[in-house]
Structures are given as C-alpha cells and as structure tokens.
Design a protein around this ligand. Sequence first.
Ligand code: HXC
Length: 258
Amino acid sequence: MTAYKFIETSVDQQIGVIELNRPKQLNSLNRNMVGEILEAMQSFDRNDEVRVILLVGKGKAFSAGADIDEMAEADSMSLELLNQFADWDQIPLIKKPVIGAVHGFVFGGGFELALCCDVLLAADGTEFSFPEVTLGVMPGAGGTQRLTKLVGRAKAIEWLWTGERIQANELQKHGVINRIVSPELLREEALRFSNKIASMPPLAIRMIKDSVNKAVDYPLYEGMQYERKNFYLLFSSEDQKEGMKAFVEKRKPVYKGK
Ligand code: HXC
C-alpha cells in the first residue's frame, strides 16, 4: 500500500477506506493532501479487490476546509499557474461508489469534498458551513454550483452569503445527507452501508452512478437515452445472466463484476 503523508488508506473486506489524517489542523486540506486523496481514490478505482470507497476524517472534524495558512499568501496568477482544481475535477470521475462519513466540522473545501461523495452519512451534531465569505473569498471547488443544484437558489445563496453553520438535520431535510447516525456508530454504520453496496453487482452499480450523474446535467430526454444505452450495456455482463438465472432457480446470485 502506498505511504501517504496526509491520509491513511486501508482495505476492509471490499471497502477501500481513505482517512483524512491531519487531525491537529482539523484535517484542513492542503494541496498535496487533495492530491493524495485523488491518488488513493484512483488507485482504489483500479483495484479489483475494492468495490466501494469510503471517505472519513480522523480526530474531531471531517475537515475544516482548505488550509488557510497555505492560501493566505496566494495571488491570482500563482493560483492560475498551480491549476490546483485539476485534481478536484477528477474526483467526480471516479467510477466506483464513493461514500462519505462525516463528523464534527465540515467546512469550506471539506464541505465541497463531502459534496463529491455519492452517499453522505453524518454523525449527529455535525456542523456544515461555507465560511469562505468571512475570509473575503468564496468557494472554488464546486460549492456554489453543487449546493445550488442540491438545495435550490434560495437556501444556497443565504448559506453562501452568511457563512452560517448548518446543522446536519437541516441538510438532511434538503436532501444533501442520506443518513444521520450517532457519532459512536458512524464508522460501523458507514461500513455496513458500504458492504451492502459492495454486495450488489458492481457493473450495475457503476452504470447507475454514471446514469444518475448524467441526470444532473442532461435534459430529461437526453438523460433517458443515455440511461437506455447503459441498460442495454448491462445485458453484455455475466452478472446480468447470473442475477436473472439465480432468480429463476430460486437461489442467491454470486456476482463477479464481469
Ligand atoms: C488552516 C486550520 C483551519 C484551516 C482550523 N485550523 N481550520 N488551519 N486552515 N481551514 C487549525 C487552527 O488554526 C488550529 O491550529 C487548529 O486547526 C485547531 O483549530 P481551532 O480553531 O483551535 O479549533 P476550534 O476552536 O474547535 O474551531 C474549529 C473551527 C475553526 C470553527 C472549524 O478552526 C475555524 O473556523 N477554522 C477555519 C474554517 C474555515 O474558514 N474554512 C474555510 C477555509 S477556505 P493551532 O495551530 O492554533 O492549534 C476554503 C476554500 C476552499 O475552504 C477552496 C477550494 C479548495
């Protein structure tokens, strides 16, 4: 397993776990750390032993956002030349399911990272915020776009303008969070949920992610045409034959991801 400086990775059954590991700085995200997160995700995406990627944070927070110390002295041209968002752009291209299990503070870039997850579990009491405005800036890794698409313009602009803390249950009401669980059970529940998805036929899971992602950007008709092609494509898989045969034979299917 690759040695990383700012994250820890492990494989737990078929779950590739990525743990943000800068707890003293509340897992604030420096540029190298984002690079490591992406590298770990891409490596799990290629790893046949991994079916689901689980993203968690060590210590008292999932992430308090981008590393302000690193950003403080930046200027426009240095940011342009660094092209740091190239890494962020690749995160949504991960094909396997990405489950986020967050707790404590989920702020700024940490919130943007959470919004890149396909499914989000939050510990009861987790606080979310886009505090960039209080620093004289704004989100830069998709926050204004993803939040608005998820919750609508009214709440998005209010939260982005005020930087106020949003409670997990408020976000759940707006469809951003799938489940809220007690802090002690967060990891267990996240692994349980991840295992459930890992037990499903991987190619169907993959094509569903691909199709749902298109629903965000495509008009309905084009999205439905895209969905149909993925539906047809799955009929070339061994798992489709196995799933339907097992149903007819009244036994449990064994899926291989082929
Ligand atoms: C650098 C950070 C940090 C951050 C916390 N720390 N957040 N360092 N960047 N984003 C450091 C603190 O300086 C402190 O270091 C240590 O972590 C513990 O933090 P405390 O503030 O002592 O903890 P607490 O009192 O519990 O307060 C937690 C907090 C607060 C409310 C989350 O730390 C906070 O407001 N942090 C900044 C949040 C923020 O503005 N995030 C948005 C960043 S902009 P020392 O050395 O003193 O112990 C952004 C843009 C994204 O994300 C753009 C795309 C990538």
